[in-house]
Structure formats: C-alpha cells, structure tokens
Design a protein around this ligand. Structure first.
Ligand SMILES: Nc1ccn([C@H]2C[C@H](O)[C@@H](COP(=O)(O)OP(=O)(O)OP(=O)(O)O)O2)c(=O)n1
Length: 137
C-alpha cells in the first residue's frame, strides 16, 4: 500500500477529509457514516485513547518512559479520534479548520492573555479575565 508518508504532501485537515471520504466511498460505507454513527464511533475511540492512560497516574510530557510500541499505539488511537472528528465535521457540513480558527479567536477574547496569565480558572460571566474563585480550570 502506498502510504502518504512516502510523498511530499503536507498533512492538512482537508487532505484527511478527502481521504476519509474516499475510504468510505470505495467500501460503499457512506450509508454507515451518518452523524450519529460517527459521533458514537468518535466517543468509542476517545474511550480507547483513555484506556492507554488509565491507571498510569500522571505521566511526564514527552512520555520519556514509554516504549516505541506504546507510543505507536497512542498515535493510532489519537488518529482514530482525529479521523472520526474530521469525517463527522464533513458529514455535518462544517469546515473544521475554519471553525477551529474562529474558536481560537473567541477563546482569546474570552481569556485575554494579560489578566489570565498563570491562572487556569474557568471563565465566568464575562468578567474580562479577572480572577474569580468560582471554579478551577
Ligand atoms: N465504519 C468504519 C469503520 C472504521 N473506520 C476507520 C476510521 C478509524 O480510523 C478506524 C477504526 O477502525 P476500528 O473500528 O477497527 O477501530 P480500531 O482501529 O481502534 O480497532 P479496535 O477497535 O479493534 O482496537 O477505521 C471508518 O472510517 N468507518
């Protein structure tokens, strides 16, 4: 099988969207890729991803103590989550890249860098990032 990693292509959300659409079409699986089915599949994969971290306690960034096989498995489960999310967005007619960029802009307005620096408290009642004691983020 010719893999994408062999080519010069950069990986974009649109490339993944296109490849997932092609994958479903070639198998006549479009009938199964309904919004609800894809959402349930996505949640199932999030569960499989969670299992990898389950009972391990906190792990250091970069996962320095993990073996190659474990990291490869992690990559596979992260990919399943991403691929179902991309496919779900496509089927729902959402441009995920644009929606995510817009959401980052909204997040920045909600949590201005200055007042929110070093505080992970959850935003409450649009107080322009001022610290409050309602909840920890
Ligand atoms: N109806 C389907 C079934 C699978 N896939 C694709 C998207 C996912 O990337 C991957 C999921 O495949 P599996 O359901 O076999 O899940 P896993 O790869 O996690 O295997 P397992 O659940 O056996 O650990 O295949 C898909 O698009 N549509």
């Amino acid at each position: 099988m010719k893999g994408v990693l062999e080519g010069e292509e950069s990986v974009t959300l649109d490339l993944l969207r296109h490849k997932m659409a092609e994958f479903a079409k070639e198998r006549d699986w479009e009938q199964f890729h309904s919004p609800r089915n894809l959402l349930l599949a996505l949640v199932g994969e999030v569960g499989e991803l969670s299992e990898i971290f389950q009972w391990k306690g906190e792990v250091p960034k970069g996962l320095p103590d993990w073996g190659e096989e474990e990291k490869e498995h992690l990559g596979e489960e992260l990919s399943d989550v991403l691929l179902y999310l991309v496919r779900l967005s496509d089927i729902c007619g959402i441009d995920l890249g644009k929606a995510a960029l817009r959401k980052i802009e909204l997040n920045a307005l909600k949590y201005p860098a200055g007042p929110c620096k070093c505080s992970s408290k959850k935003h409450k009642n649009n107080n322009n990032g001022k610290k409050n004691n309602d909840s920890e983020g």
